[in-house]
Design a protein around this ligand. Sequence first.
Ligand SMILES: [Zn+2]
Length: 101
Amino acid sequence: MTPHKISILVRADVGRGAIELLVTGCLTAPTARILSAQIARARDLQPYEPILVDLTGVQHLEPAALEELRAAEAALTADSAVPLRFALPEVATPCPLSSVG
Ligand SMILES: [Zn+2]
């Protein structure tokens, strides 16, 4: 059992000019895979809409998660010129859920 949880809010309103994925919670390798699947799904649904993945609200960020996301980004942009951008938090913070004491 992992205490790490991710929450992904997808904003795909017509006329916004971009699909936004607002991410909060913990971004670890397993939750990054969940996020990658959501990004891929958004791209499948609206292939010509730019995607912005907003990670600035993430509370816990693991370097391994960024590797997962880079791999997903590479796969999704390999055959598409439609932008896929990530807004990253300035600092990686320790997990508020796994701290003891
Ligand atoms: Zn965590």
